[in-house]
Design a binder for this molecule. Structure first.
Ligand SMILES: [Cu+2]
Length: 281
């Protein structure tokens, strides 16, 4: 080995070591709580589902990073180890129709996709499972551009008015509020009065479309008291950005006290105004 070759192989080794070290440092420095939550805007037990969703998200990233580091490492290794040396001419030895290699790079990605599919499917089944006998049922109706909340079991309703974003601080007291009791199973029946909307509470990590003429469901159990922001997540017209609401998760006593302040009855499908579905209106 010439002294030139020795220098370049030492340089390659240094490069390799520093790449591995910086990847390791990046990984270890990432043990703060934000990283453990995958930067998601919630806590592990905000609802009975947030932990499961957070774990799927974080573990998918870990799997992606492991594959990424391995792939980047191999790319770097190839670039360095098989680079063109001085005095080399022509093409390097060509590799084609290498059956073991082709089976390898078909089987491995297929395996990775199947693993991701397995865990995603498992979690979606758990999230979508409906409760036969939920403690609280709320018929949520999206409308341009606000929300009606019908508390079905108690036969009470709340009718929301559009938030006014005029550049001022928005008045929380005037925002539509969905009250939910803590640690009770909730079924949200998602309906739209006019066009497609989408029910989204970022802290719950769940979002679902509200489609005219069809009811979608979100089943969950809030586990932490507090106020959580909600919004429409489907561009639904001119004032879509003002289609905001809050969710207040409160004690059962506070929930009952709140319901007592509401009017009796329901604002049901009779107030929908999609002319395709209700030709008489
Ligand atoms: Cu909307």
């Amino acid at each position: 080995m010439s002294s030139q070759d020795r220098t370049s192989s030492r340089r390659a080794r240094i490069l390799k070591i520093s790449a591995v070290t910086s990847a390791g440092a990046l990984f270890l420095s990432g043990c703060s709580s934000d990283v453990q939550k995958g930067w998601l805007p919630t806590e592990h037990d905000t609802t009975n589902h947030t932990g499961r969703i957070m774990d799927l998200w974080v573990n998918s990233w870990i799997a992606a990073l492991v594959v990424g580091i391995l792939t980047w490492g191999l790319i770097l290794w190839c670039i360095i180890a098989y680079r063109r040396r001085k005095n080399e001419t022509g093409y390097p030895r060509q590799l084609s129709y290498n059956l073991p290699l082709e089976i390898f790079y078909t089987a491995i990605p297929l395996f990775m996709v199947l693993v991701l599919f397995f865990f995603t499917d498992q979690d979606i089944r758990a999230l979508e499972a409906r409760d036969d006998n939920p403690d609280v049922v709320v018929d949520v109706r999206g409308k341009q551009w606000s929300w009606d909340f019908n508390y079905v079991n108690e036969d009470k309703y709340y009718s929301g008015v559009q938030v006014n974003l005029d550049g001022q601080e928005k008045d929380e007291a005037e925002m539509p509020i969905l009250y939910l009791p803590v640690n009770k199973s909730v079924e949200l029946q998602l309906n739209a009065r006019d066009v497609i909307h989408s029910f989204w509470v970022p802290a719950f990590l769940q979002k679902k479309d509200m489609i005219p003429g069809r009811t979608n469901y979100i089943t969950l159990t809030p586990q932490q008291e507090g106020t959580f922001e909600g919004k429409c997540a489907e561009l639904c017209g001119e004032y879509h950005s003002e289609m905001l609401f809050n969710v207040k998760v409160v004690s059962e006593a506070e929930y009952e006290a709140y319901l007592a302040t509401l009017n009796d009855g329901q604002l049901g499908a009779e107030y929908d105004r999609n002319t395709n579905l209700n030709p008489t209106k």
